[in-house]
Design a protein around this ligand. Structure first.
Ligand SMILES: *Cc1c(COP(=O)(O)O)cnc(C)c1O
Length: 394
């Protein structure tokens, strides 16, 4: 058993666990008892793999970016999660969870969403399976993210506004939890990242681990070596990064680099650089590292990319950080936007602003010329075109 994976008590080192109200215990316990058994069943494996292949479009290519490689004087590979159906890695997880929900006999799906990306990925798999779908979203976010709200509605999902607090992601999460408490028997709650009470972080990590599983095979085919020298990914809650790191955790020659959003600057008060600014605490059902005030109030995070705008990180990341297995750095809005434009101009690929944070990290590193460097291109930039246009004044 890897020291970087969850133990039988649901912990990664000091982090993880299930800090939940008693009313939620039956729901979470049912999931904890069933998830591994169901995921290992042949019928589950067969349907999961078939949908990843024919519906999501996997395996996603591992692309050797030649002009990027020239610039950074190393072999830079992009893991193309941007080419997945719905445009990002999130669908890997929602496909997995909908198949699990079906096998648990659930008829109704709920989710929370900030920018709407996870809401869209959830509404998509509910349409695919004909299951009822309710997505909670802060009233402010509903205003800001109209195209994703429209997508969810077109898929047949009900989008419910959260009107409490700052009317953003954490308020939507509270509403979703309240719904789950009130509907324990027929409802499954699809969480969108490697966060939440055990077993969610482990379950989501397993669904996203297909990213590094494929990368290993593709690197071997293309270079004759299955392990890269560096694996780099952005971190909001941390699911694309855990997916990218998963099969390399116990390969000490692979250097793992996680990139958080520094927003306007780590010291600016407008940032989402959790490891730089945070302390241990409990957020959304698990013990991890989070941005909080001296008296333990969660700090409102900021990043230009909605997907990285989260005040915590998943418990496995907290453990990879404190144990020193992975390196955590942060990238500002400006650095990310420049890296997004650079990729577009060098390779003809418009990345999600989230993914652009991982690309910007290349500027801060030095490589040997035959290093193999894999960057997780977690999503495509279509959703961010307005932001890019405004920023660059096109
Ligand atoms: C949601 C999102 C992220 C951040 O989520 P993680 O769980 O940290 O991966 C990163 N990139 C894209 C494209 C996203 O949509």
């Amino acid at each position: 058993m890897s020291k970087y994976q969850v133990n039988e008590k649901g912990y990664y080192g000091n982090f993880g666990g299930a800090y939940i109200p008693e009313m939620l215990y039956p729901n979470v316990e049912e999931l904890r008892q069933q998830y591994l058994t169901i995921m290992q069943r042949p019928d589950f494996r067969a349907e999961f793999n078939q949908l990843l292949k024919d519906y999501v479009g996997r395996p996603s290519p591992l692309y050797l970016a030649r002009r990027l490689s020239e610039r950074y004087k190393a072999n830079v590979f992009l893991k193309r999660e941007d080419l997945n159906h719905t445009g990002a890695h999130k669908i890997n997880n929602t496909i997995g969870q909908i198949l699990l929900a079906e096998r648990l006999g659930k008829k109704r799906i709920i989710a929370e969403t900030g920018a709407g990306q996870h809401g869209v990925a959830t509404a998509t798999v509910c349409a695919l399976k004909g299951l009822e779908c309710v997505v909670y979203m802060g009233a402010v976010d509903i205003e800001r993210q109209a195209p994703n709200v429209a997508r969810m509605k077109m898929m047949g999902a009900e989008v419910v506004a959260a009107n409490s607090g700052s009317k953003t992601l954490k308020d939507a999460t509270n509403e979703a939890l309240r719904d789950w408490i009130n509907n324990p028997v027929d409802t499954h709650y699809i969480i969108g990242s490697v966060v939440g009470p055990h077993p969610y972080p482990d379950m989501v990590a397993r669904f996203q681990s297909v990213i590094s599983e494929e990368t290993k095979r593709q690197l071997l085919e293309q270079t004759g070596r299955e392990n890269p020298d560096f694996a780099i990914a952005c971190v909001g809650g941390g699911s694309n990064a855990i997916g990218m790191f998963y099969h390399f955790l116990d390969e000490p020659t692979v250097r793992l680099v996680a990139v958080e959003a520094a927003g306007l600057g780590v010291e600016s008060g407008e940032s989402a650089a959790t490891t730089a600014l945070g302390r241990e605490g409990v957020l959304h059902g698990s013990r991890s590292i989070l941005m909080q005030t001296a008296d333990g109030q969660v700090v409102e995070p900021y990043s230009i990319s909605a997907g990285l705008d989260y005040p915590g990180i998943g418990p496995q990341h907290a453990w990879l950080y404190t144990s020193g297995r992975a390196q955590y750095s942060s990238i500002t809005d400006d650095e990310a936007m420049k890296a997004g434009l650079l990729l577009t101009r060098l390779e003809g690929i418009i990345p999600a602003i989230e993914s652009a944070h991982a690309l910007a990290q290349l500027e801060k590193m030095t490589f040997r010329k035959d290093d193999n460097v894999v960057v997780c291109l977690s999503g495509r930039g279509d959703k961010d075109l307005d932001n890019y246009m405004k920023y660059f004044g096109f």
